[in-house]
Design a binder for this molecule. Structure first.
Ligand code: PLP
Length: 386
């Protein structure tokens, strides 16, 4: 039996770990076995088999994720998109309808706008800042409301408390992608959300070396999602599960360091004359700074900004940087910069993208774990080239 641990740092290290340890090994081993001997299981979903996400390696990660988010149960998936798509396909019965926030991660946006319709489900975009308008979007087939804790790449923070309350009042399942803040900065279940989704590729793993996803919430709902996942086949390989468990142990220290560096960088960028706008919820200039302060324990390691001179200025700036890598994805040890218009949101119609506020020259930063002065100094010298 795994012991119960309350505090986040302690849970990150110990929750879910087998007690007693397997053969005395301090680190839970990888159970790299596709199948396991029959042990009297009565349901297909309980047979031990990697695709059913129930090897001892999976069990450790599930228990740790549930403890970190304060949920009853968790299941890992082959990617963040597997977590998101499988959850939506489970919660929305055929003909089902979901309310979604306008400014979603590009992959989710494409799934909702292109794939859901093909599968006989529908969506309506809502303004997450205007709870009074949501009622008009409800219909008899509405089953769920889907938001992101902080939007990618503009770092908008919607009225999340109102989303959870609205879902409860109207019998909807509230779904939130909490990849950006991670449970170190925000635990949506404490705010009334039913299901928390993650791209575990990002902060949860934290080392840019696996693709994984996670779903956390009430046991009944997670079980239903797991059954659909078992049929769709989006299982996490045990080796990736082992790496995810290793990454989770350092999640609190990594994210707190990234919070500090991102705030220092955002503050420096915000007062630079060639920087037109910085999007970071930790800045008092952020339109939802007060809300973010109430919801979050830290403001995260992601920020974005625009330069005077737009895309050509952004290209000159990025060329000049010495430390960050120019690469998509986020949440790892290395500071990364990207232009979302050419990466995470490249699949979006350019007019829609611009209407949402994602300009062609918007620079997104995933702050890593380098020395804060090195990062702030490198960005300062990069700005000289603009
Ligand atoms: N959610 C957010 C906020 C993301 O940024 C991403 C990927 O960038 C995803 C979900 C999808 O995750 P994955 O690439 O692990 O499928």
């Amino acid at each position: 039996m795994a012991r119960q641990r309350r505090n986040l740092e302690t849970a990150a290290v110990h929750a879910g770990e087998p007690t007693p340890r397997v053969a005395g090994a301090v680190v839970a081993p990888i159970f790299q076995s596709a199948n396991f001997e029959y042990a009297g299981e009565s349901s297909y979903h309980d047979l031990r088999y990697i695709r059913l996400n129930n090897t001892p390696t999976h069990d450790v990660v599930h228990a740790k994720l549930a403890a970190l988010e304060g949920g009853e149960a968790a299941v890992v998936t082959a990617s963040g998109m597997a977590a998101i798509s499988t959850t939506l396909l489970t919660v929305l019965a055929p003909g089902g309808h979901v309310l979604v926030q306008g400014n979603l991660y590009g992959g989710t946006h494409e799934f909702v706008t292109n794939d859901l319709g093909d599968l006989g489900m529908s969506h309506t975009v809502i303004d997450v800042d205007d709870p009074g308008s949501w009622g008009a979007a409800l219909g008899p087939a509405t089953r769920a409301i889907y938001v992101e804790a902080m939007t990618n790449p503009l770092l908008q923070v919607g009225d999340l408390a109102a989303v959870a309350a609205f879902a409860r009042a109207h019998g909807l399942v509230s779904l939130i992608d909490s990849t950006f803040p991670s449970p170190v900065n925000f635990r949506p279940i404490e705010h009334g959300f039913d299901i928390v989704l993650h791209s575990a590729t990002k902060y949860l793993n934290g080392h840019s070396d696996i693709v994984a996803g996670a779903v956390v919430g009430k046991t009944d709902l997670v079980r239903k999602i797991t059954h659909r996942l078992n049929h769709l086949g989006g299982a996490l390989d045990p080796h990736a599960g082992f790496l995810l468990n290793r990454g989770l142990k350092t999640l609190p220290v990594r994210v707190r360091q990234q919070n500090q560096t991102a705030l220092a960088l955002a503050t420096n960028l915000d007062c630079h004359p060639v920087v037109e706008r910085v999007n970071y919820p930790g800045l008092t200039s952020h339109p939802r700074h007060t809300r973010a302060k109430t919801l979050f324990d830290g403001f995260g390691g992601m920020l974005s900004f625009e330069l005077v001179g737009g895309r050509p200025a952004a290209d000159r700036f990025i060329d000049q940087l010495r430390i960050p890598l120019v690469a998509p994805s986020l949440g790892g040890a290395e500071t990364l910069v990207t232009l979302p218009a050419t990466t995470s949101h490249a699949g979006m119609d350019p007019d829609v993208r611009r209407r949402l506020g994602i300009s062609d020259g918007l620079v997104r930063v995933s702050v890593g774990l380098e020395t804060v002065d090195d990062i702030v100094g490198d960005f300062a010298q990069g700005l000289e080239a603009v």
